[in-house]
Ligand binder design. Sequence first.
Ligand code: HEM
Length: 754
Amino acid sequence: MDARSPAKVVKDAVESAAEKVTDALTPEVPGKPGSAPPTVAEPTTPQDPLPPKPEQGSPQTRTPTGARTGAPTTANGQQGAYLTTAQGARLRDTDHSLKAGPRGPTLLQDHHLREKITHFDHERIPERVVHARGAGAHGVFTAYGAAEAVTRAGFLRKGRATDVFVRFSTVLGSRGSADTVRDTRGFATKFYTDEGTFDLVGNNMPVFFIQDAIKFPDIIHAGKPHPDREIPQAQSAHDAFWDFVSLHTEAQHHTLWNMSDRGIPRSYRTMEGFGVHTFRLVNEAGETVLAKFHWKPKLGVHSLVWEEAQMLAGIDPDFHRRDLYDAIEAGAFPEWELGLQVFPDTPEETFAGIDLLDPTKIVPEELAPVQLVGSLTLNRTPTNFFAETEQVAFHVGHLPPGIDVTNDPLLQGRLFSYVDTQLTRLGGPNFAQIPINRPHAAVNDMLRDGFHQHAVHAGVAPYRPNSLDGGNPFPAGDAENAFLDVPVRVAEAPKIRANPVSFDDHFSQARLFWLSMSPVEREHIIRAYTFELGKCYHQEIKERQLQCLANVDPVLCAQVAAGLGLPAPQPTVPLADVTPSPVLSQVGRQWPADGRMVGIVVDPEADFDTVRDVRRAVFAADMVPLLIAPHGGLIGDLPAQRSFATGRSVELDALLIATAPAPAPDALPARDAKAGAAPATGPADPRVLLMVEECWRHAKAIGAWGPGVSVLEQAGVAGTPGVVTGDSGEDVFTGVHRLMADHRVWERFPASVG
Ligand code: HEM
């Protein structure tokens, strides 16, 4: 008889199984939550907090005024092995409140209870008024030196490495909304430069809905859920949004970007980023240029398809943040290059006839090439979401010497808005002292007191001029690298609430974007408009938006009108004669597939030597293999990451079939509705057939070898474009990998619009 206690028997059994799985799992599929495997039984030996996971980083330990402390970053977190009060007194019990007898009322004197509940009661802070849903990561920016001629910003000097924190976000949804909704994405980067923090607070689209910040509350009120029922969440497919953008036609260009594939990115890692506004750069000699900032992803621009985005919003609402964190954990560090479009700083502030102060306009890269000036690598996930991602505070006015703003009226309003909102969101004026916001440059700002003051300033004279504190702090000049407000000449003009006439062109660049798309991208745009307007209740709003589309392009308008069952109107303005910008299309080039997910369908009959080799080849290609099996646990001697019941195609970028799995015992529509998707009478489990069908119609690469080929035959996709079959699993994977470089297999679907 086993002398061990029942709990010990279970614990030993589970731990030995876990060991087996861990052996088989080298290298590991990312995503495990803890930094050490848990024990089955509750631990009984006191120990210090576990270290963060190896891929996690946290803000450097700086003082509130920017000095290095030398303490390890773990000193930011909880210390010691024992439970304490917030004051550090060790506690005996946190499971029972102090009562007058076991059945008696709780005593007011229970200060531990009160402290614990009070703190909990105040754990939530207001979410951001926009961009509430987001995910952040730490990284490093390394400069190539290519910008030295145009800006004196030190972090852009050749070889200079600067710590960064990046937060990606959606605009409209609440903090708990889904990642994959159709929306613009925020792409905000905090560069901790030694000349002061620089925040590049951009989006994944180069234009904006409005030309003047005074309209920001209007566009956001129109886009957010309706104020009466608070629906719909995190989407623009509703009457109020389309009411606004069709009445306010300067929004049409940005709206077209949102309706394109850019509105549903595959990953944060596959998004471009844009500073949108034109900035003014100043070099050592005091010479200025105008410039636009661009982020170019190393993996190319790649999007979801709409059905996939909708399914993911339910199946994995955290898809983008999971993708970001898993990629970093797997060592497939997301990378971008920073680029600059540079323009002469002329009094007109135009380039090739394009008004550089109009944030609804781009300058096509064919006219002003993007010059690459540095690279960004995200290599650490946050240790604590709230402390870092939620509390980070970006501001377009955080500028180092060498970068200045222009008079773009949208940018001018943003210069006010960020700090203003953060005063409320972060509970007072001292949020720059929160660890994630602390500068990496010496701070001596004469700002004093306020809620949550972390600094302990010495001296008696926080004013200038003073003699009591020896005159400290002193103003800096050029020799001390002071920030320069470029003394731009402002033309004499009346004080007026109006735009320049050049801002009146609302359709030409929307047309330029439409004409720059490939046929399949145009199909997607037509589909997106038809879906979004189809969700509106009011015919008048649909008609008004169709009128806007008529002014962009008659084909686009006619196709959307047909989908809505409405007549297509004639244009009310002459169609602009524009030259397309092919670089705006995200189709037609090849990209690395690092960090992508490859599903491998197996069952106990699979040839596990081949499966092991393919799994290794997937890892070697910097991708993540997910084994999908009839049940969880071990399959052969390999761990299954998904079962036919828990897996779904939308998690995958490509699908490999190693076997022809017979319907599993749980392939019952009564238990798993997916099992009703196809007749269960063929050789394969119907959930596997569904997976094949979905991958096929989402234009993903598919491969099979050995008996797996029969599954593709049963699904009716064998021999079609982007489907690779063969005898060798590794050769099939090589073929699939090659297809993934194109991102999707669009040739499966002929387009109707040229
Ligand atoms: C080119 C136009 C704009 C871009 C690219 C942009 C980008 C962003 C991004 C990326 C964020 C999220 C920052 C984060 O991750 O914490 C954000 C937040 C925000 N933006 Fe903008 N925005 C634009 C226009 C505006 C305008 C015109 C206003 C107001 C006048 C505004 C007000 C805000 C506010 C209040 C927040 C929340 C900030 C916080 O709570 O920390 N934005 N914006």
